[in-house]
Ligand binder design. Structure first.
Ligand code: NAP
Length: 263
């Protein structure tokens, strides 16, 4: 059974942890009749907080999220998680399908290589480690690793010097020769040039996060002829399409109607 209720009058759950999530929460918080609740995973020790209400921590899988949505009378979900947060996105798709609550997924576009870029696209962080091994000049090789805290065990056996950038310290196992660069984006062009001056990488490893905030490293890699190992995004769940901008996502969200009334 369908109804005509729209998200313009009700609670919107924003799955966040991203710049876009904060922008969407700020935009929604100013709308009449909209109560916005942002959800953060709790993975970062001192997160940047969005406007409006905030809850922190997992829901307990798709079933836990579905129960949370029903209990809170949520009118719509905006999944503004990072393009690599595929577990959360899968759970959101399943929970919204189970409850009939509209879901809008916001995904900033990925990056595109230009003619002077030397990118090697791979499908996973594990595959990135294999690609790095093939690009190193030898045991003196230097790697700038910007894939975040997860999956770094894949690089632990590589005989090279690593500079690992992440917001919080990553968990072991890590490559035996590594230096942590604990920092949080956005990273400007001059700052990235300074990082490259210091690290002098033979290869840069990154996920295809897209967006402006972390793109300058790709410009510097191009300037200096440094090859880039680019980890492809995981696919969206079947039948889920995404909006590329905050405005487009909010437009669809506020015009969206539940397919059927939540039980
Ligand atoms: P993930 O692997 O897709 O999610 C793992 C589990 O963490 C989810 O099943 C869920 O637990 C919980 N979770 C994830 N995002 C959540 C949220 N916004 N609110 C409540 N629970 C959440 O996610 P991830 O890659 O670890 O990312 C975690 C968070 O960091 C996300 O909010 C994402 O936007 C942000 N982030 C991720 C990356 C990245 O590279 N992956 C980069 C920047 C920011 P339950 O199953 O218990 O509900």
């Amino acid at each position: 059974m369908s109804d005509s209720r729209t998200a313009s009058a009700g609670t919107v759950l924003v799955l966040g942890g991203t710049t876009e999530g904060r922008a969407a929460a700020a935009a929604l918080a100013g709308r009449d009749g909209v109560r916005v609740v942002s959800s953060l995973a709790g993975a970062v020790r001192a997160p940047s907080l969005p406007a409006g209400e905030v809850r922190v921590g997992g829901f307990g899988g798709a079933g836990g999220l579905a129960a949370w949505l029903r209990a809170g009378g949520v009118a719509a979900v905006l999944d503004a998680t990072h393009p690599f947060a595929s577990g959360m996105t899968a759970n959101a798709a399943a929970a919204c399908a189970a409850t009939g609550i509209p879901l809008v997924v916001l995904r900033r576009p990925g990056w595109t290589a230009g003619p002077e870029d030397r990118w090697h696209r791979v499908r996973s962080v594990a595959a990135a480690a294999g690609a790095v091994a093939g690009l190193l000049p030898g045991p003196d090789g230097r790697v700038l690793l910007t894939t975040g805290r997860g999956g770094l065990e894949c690089f632990a056996q590589l005989d090279a010097a690593f500079w690992i950038r992440s917001v919080d310290p990553p968990d072991p196992p890590l490559p035996s020769r590594h230096t942590l660069l604990l920092d949080r984006g956005p990273f400007g062009l001059d700052a990235e040039r300074a990082v490259f001056d210091r690290v002098r990488p033979d290869v840069l490893v990154t996920k295809d996060s897209g967006g402006e905030a972390t793109a300058p490293k790709l410009t510097v890699a191009r300037e200096r002829g440094v090859p880039v190992v680019m980890v492809d995004r995981p696919p969206l769940p079947d039948g889920v399409r995404s909006e590329p901008t905050v405005d487009a996502a909010i437009d669809r969200l506020l015009g969206s109607r539940p397919g059927r009334r939540p039980r």
